[in-house]
Design a protein. Sequence first.
Length: 147
Amino acid sequence: MTNSNKIIYKRILDLVTSLEFIALTIFGNFFIFLCSVGIFYIEKDVNPKMDHFIDAVWFCFATVTSVGYGDVVPVTFAGKGFSIMLMLLGTAMFAVYTALFANAILGDYAKRFKGIFKGISTEEEQIAKSIVELKKLINNLEEKNKN
């Protein structure tokens, strides 16, 4: 195993044992459980495919993860609206996971790029100041030539 692979594995291990990752995972699973309770009570009496609570849990996990097998689907208006909310929040939750992993793997590179961008913005400010000074010099020279 190369040294860079060891570094990446250590970063991922640090990530999955970090407070942020653990909190997000617990919150995400609790959120799915609460949504399962909600969709079960909305659909249980009218949806023949949602007879048991585990059907609602299955549906919520499939929806949040964007798998969407289609074997269990909501049939009520409220269930469909609830499911749309679940899809949107699931997408947001996975975006946060993706950002955490990207930061864990590319963290040092991102810091380096910040330094580069900071240097570029400093150079831009210096160039802008130089342009202002050059315009003043040109104006002074033009005024001297007129006299």
